[in-house]
Write a new protein. Structure first.
Length: 299
């Protein structure tokens, strides 16, 4: 794996960039309504891909069946998962949002069993129990925080987000979504999600005052579009051609650690001993659930 410089660069890109997106979202929503952050991010990503497709002369209609699949994926993984994560970070720290998000592989595992896509295993059950014990530990000393309406809604939005991501992952697996024509498929996904989320921005934002949008928040939104949506996703699919999905899933652990560290370093987000223990439990739980013999060998 480490003898291929391009593969190493792709892995580092995904780990670092996706690890910074939680920080980027938190900064963006400081002055920009969340649905506008999510919508502008996806719409800009769609425009970037449109330019790439036009210059490479690869822009074409993908057919109604594939188009429908892309709309479903965009709805689950971009509108619901990414959108709700963005809304949640208006009320939660980037550290907590990233930690809750890191439990999504556990939900994917449970749904895979439910839809007969994966066999039940004792190891998987142990991993799920360890992971969710980490979630319980987060709230053990903070039950009073749940009395705060905004905090409680942020938690609810994050769990809606991970359900959206998990169902999107299951849909992708059941319909055998592959990496060919990825730029074309992503163009349709980003464009659809961007339009829908911008409409949500006009419908659900408490107040819309473009003059109040700070340069820092706008810069963070552009960063999310270019690096978080386009560059990291291309790096992810490049790596996916050379290593297995299980191997690349290890990146989610790195993303969480980076997100928590950056939240503490840049935004002064508090990190308690209990929070660190919860992080260790969740990461261990996800690893145990995903572990397969030979998973570190190159394809």
């Amino acid at each position: 794996m480490f003898k291929d410089p391009k593969l190493v660069l792709a892995i580092i890109t995904v780990a670092l960039v996706w690890g910074t997106t939680f920080l980027g979202i938190r900064v963006a929503v400081e002055t920009i309504p969340p649905w506008f952050v999510a919508g502008i991010r996806q719409f800009l990503a769609g425009i970037i891909l449109l330019v790439v497709l036009l210059f490479s002369k690869k822009l074409k209609w993908i057919g109604w069946k594939n188009f429908t699949n892309q709309i479903i994926l965009a709805s689950l993984m971009l509108v619901v998962a990414n959108g709700m994560t963005t809304v949640a970070e208006k009320h939660l720290t980037s550290s907590l949002a990233s930690l809750i998000s890191s439990t999504s592989p556990l939900l994917v595992f449970l749904l895979s069993i439910l839809f007969s896509m994966q066999k039940f295993s004792i190891r998987g059950l142990v991993g799920v129990l360890i992971g969710f014990s980490g979630i319980l530990l987060i709230f053990k000393d903070g039950l009073e925080d749940l009395l705060n309406v905004e905090y409680r809604m942020g938690i609810i939005f994050m769990f809606i987000a991970i359900f959206g991501w998990a169902f999107g992952t299951i849909f992708s697996k059941k319909n055998h979504q592959h990496t060919q024509n990825i730029s074309l498929n992503l163009f349709y996904q980003f464009s659809f999600a961007g339009i829908v989320q911008i409409i949500f921005g006009f419908l659900f934002s408490d107040q819309i005052n473009f003059a109040m949008w700070s340069f820092k928040s706008m810069f963070a939104t552009v960063y999310l579009a270019i690096f978080g949506s386009v560059i990291a996703f291309f790096a992810f699919h490049f790596a996916l051609k050379k290593i297995t999905p299980t191997q690349i899933s290890i990146l989610s652990y790195v993303n969480t650690i980076i997100a928590i560290f950056l939240g503490w370093l840049i935004l002064d987000e508090p990190i308690s001993v209990t929070f660190i223990m919860a992080t260790v439990l969740i990461i261990c739980g996800v690893f145990i659930t995903n572990y397969k013999p030979g998973m570190f060998k190159r394809v």
